[in-house]
Design a protein around this ligand. Structure first.
Ligand SMILES: Nc1nc2c(ncn2[C@@H]2O[C@H](COP(=O)(O)OP(=O)(O)O)[C@@H](O)[C@H]2O)c(=O)[nH]1
Ligand SMILES: [Mg+2]
Length: 142
């Protein structure tokens, strides 16, 4: 299993996605700090929302095999700058979360992820489980 670091704003669905990937029941948990859970590294949304913490994320990427940039399908705007995947010397995948949401605009979220430099993009819902097996399969490849 590749070790995955998840990055995205607060409420993007990082913690729920990890619970879902691990086959756990979803339960709300505020992410206070960087946390390692099996093959998954969760990060607080505050880390992408402020510049100094953002630098910390680039360092945490060294602990991971792959970095996932998350955008919830109903986010009104994105915090990710164009081309940021070039800051990290690990493969970066895009993950659109919350594709089950009524306000979801999956194509918009996906185009924002492409602008960051992500080439591989997964579309998932931690609620319905859609897209989770594709992501797990990617992570289980050597
Ligand atoms: N509809 C829907 N809601 C989700 C999904 N994933 C997370 N949520 C909800 O979005 C909120 C924030 O989720 P959380 O995982 O804590 O986000 P984090 O701040 O990025 O860790 C919670 O109320 C979740 O129940 C999803 O796939 N679909
Ligand atoms: Mg969280």
């Amino acid at each position: 299993m590749k070790k995955l670091l998840l990055i995205g704003r607060s409420e993007a669905g990082k913690t729920s996605l990890i619970q879902c990937l691990k086959g756990e029941m979803l339960h709300y948990e505020k992410t206070q700090t960087m946390s390692l859970s099996g093959a998954f590294i969760d990060s607080p949304g505050e880390y992408v929302q402020t510049v100094p913490y953002g630098r910390a994320l680039a360092l945490y990427a060294y602990e991971a095999d792959v970095v996932g940039l998350l955008i919830s399908a109903d986010e009104p705007f994105t915090l990710f700058s164009p081309g940021i995947t070039s800051l990290v010397n690990r493969p970066v995948i895009g993950i659109v979360t919350g594709i089950d949401k009524p306000e979801a605009d999956i194509a918009l979220a996906e185009s924002r992820l492409r602008l960051t430099g992500c080439e591989t993009i997964f579309r998932v819902s931690a609620y319905t489980g859609e897209g989770i097996s594709e992501l797990l399969e990617y992570l289980s490849q050597k």
